[in-house]
Design a protein around this ligand. Structure first.
Ligand code: B12
Length: 298
């Protein structure tokens, strides 16, 4: 058993038929929310046959997620939330695996999720696109679909654990590195571990000798670790801000303290805007793993 596999033994009950169906299909209400259109438009498209749909035993319309993606793409509709943006299409192949990845993640089927993701990687899909266009939308789908509740929280945790294990496998594809050092983590009070793990894995793949300090790490600690390890690149992930005023000051103090050094900072995350970090020469504010990949490769 590999080192990655040992981390990955997660036991949960497989999903029943109806739960499986709920994960791969979407209601007209959720489809409307996802596309930012009215529910009556969705019903009309389904009834006209423009958008493929099915009926439940109770007579409710249901749409397969992948059919909704295809329809949105063909009509040039913008994605609002939940399922993947139409921009994932041109990459061919990645989004077609979304349903399967979602099912594997909520069933805590590590082997299945690993097989799907590693096969796409081996077929030439880079880590940035795999993270931004497959794993992140899959997690968003899982988070949005269940609308909370006990069952939903269990699935969210199982999916996070399996995703973390699969990312470790992607990291293990490349042997250890001796290149420039990169280091980073998510700020204090931010429990989100996957974005930081993704950044670390991309940098490792690019040849950096990379260290992930993980979630809930004070910014000052990230700065001190960067000095100690002589890091040339530092990422800071901001997905949850507890105290915007204090945390803004902390991050500005750290960025300013490093301004004269030969060190670049990459800042990202869903809550980064809350900290209103001004533009600085040594700081890149980015929205995706693909951007991080492009900047770090320079
Ligand atoms: C898993 C999860 C959790 C887990 C996290 C576990 C873990 N170990 O990470 C736990 C259980 C802790 C959790 C808690 C909560 N969660 Co939560 N969670 C999620 C879920 C399902 C997935 C998040 C995730 O990891 N996605 C994968 C990452 C990689 O994607 P990402 O964050 O979008 O990151 C991308 C970009 O932002 C960017 N990026 C991010 N960081 C960085 C950094 C750098 C340097 C760069 C370059 C790029 C970058 O690149 C990434 C890849 O494309 C989301 C659903 C969703 N829509 O995302 C909800 C979600 C984020 N959670 C939500 C909520 C409400 C909560 C709770 C408040 C629930 C509660 N009532 O307690 C708490 C809040 C905790 C807190 N202090 O903030 C809401 C947030 C709503 C909002 N508008 O803010 C969401 C959107 C679910 C929903 N639909 O309502 N959650």
């Amino acid at each position: 058993m590999s080192r990655a596999d040992r981390h990955c033994i997660i036991q949960t009950q497989p999903l029943g038929e109806s739960a499986r169906y709920r994960m791969s299909h979407i209601s007209t209400k959720d489809a409307a929310l996802a596309l930012g259109v009215s529910e009556s438009s969705i019903r009309r498209w389904v009834d006209r046959g423009a958008l493929k749909g099915e009926r439940t035993e109770g007579g409710h319309r249901r749409i397969r997620t992948s059919d909704l993606v295809s329809y949105a793409t063909s009509q040039g509709l913008t994605w609002h939330r939940g399922v993947p943006p139409a921009s994932s299409r041109p990459l061919g192949g990645i989004d077609s695996k979304l349903d399967e990845v979602i099912t594997a993640l909520v069933e805590a089927d590590f082997e299945g999720a690993k097989r799907l993701v590693l096969a796409l990687h081996a077929a030439g899909h880079g880590l940035g696109p795999l993270f931004d266009l497959l794993i992140t939308p899959a997690m968003a789908c899982i988070g949005d679909r269940w609308h909370g509740g006990r069952e939903g929280i269990l699935d969210e945790h199982a999916a996070t654990a399996v995703t973390a294990a699969v990312i470790r496998c992607l990291r293990d594809v490349d042997s250890s590195r001796v290149g420039p050092v990169s280091i980073g983590g998510a700020i204090e009070g931010d429990p989100y571990s996957l974005p930081s793990q993704m950044a670390d894995t991309i940098l490792h793949g690019l040849g950096y000798s990379s260290f992930d300090l993980g979630p809930n790490t004070p910014v000052a600690t990230i700065g001190e670790a960067a000095v100690r390890k002589r890091a040339q690149l530092v990422w800071i992930s901001v997905n949850s801000v507890r105290d915007p005023v204090t945390q803004r000051k902390e991050i500005l103090d750290t960025l300013e303290a490093h301004a004269s050094r030969d060190r670049r900072f990459l800042l990202g995350g869903r809550a980064l805007a809350e900290l209103r970090v001004p533009a600085m020469d040594h700081v890149h504010q980015v929205a995706s793993m693909r951007e991080l990949e492009a900047i770090a490769a320079r």
